[in-house]
Design a protein around this ligand. Structure first.
Ligand code: ZN
Length: 73
């Protein structure tokens, strides 16, 4: 019998909470997810997930600067 975990789709990595203030800016889409710059233009760059030890998950729509768009997340 197949292991249920082996048949589930791969899950993205989860950052544990709490996060520090600069990481929160990145999660809120106010700074590049890779380098943290707030100098624009910042472009949507997918999602990052935070989680609790109890298994709760929250997805954040993050942004990236032109230098990090398309490979950092
Ligand atoms: Zn960047």
């Amino acid at each position: 019998m197949a292991d249920i975990a082996a048949t589930a789709p791969p899950q993205p990595p989860v950052q544990p909470l709490p996060v520090d203030a600069s990481t929160l800016l990145q999660l809120q889409g106010r700074a590049c997810i890779a380098c943290g710059t707030t100098a624009g233009p910042l472009t949507a760059a997918g999602h990052v997930y935070t989680g609790t030890p109890q298994g709760g998950r929250l997805g954040w729509a993050v942004v990236a600067c032109p230098e990090h768009l398309g490979g950092a997340v």
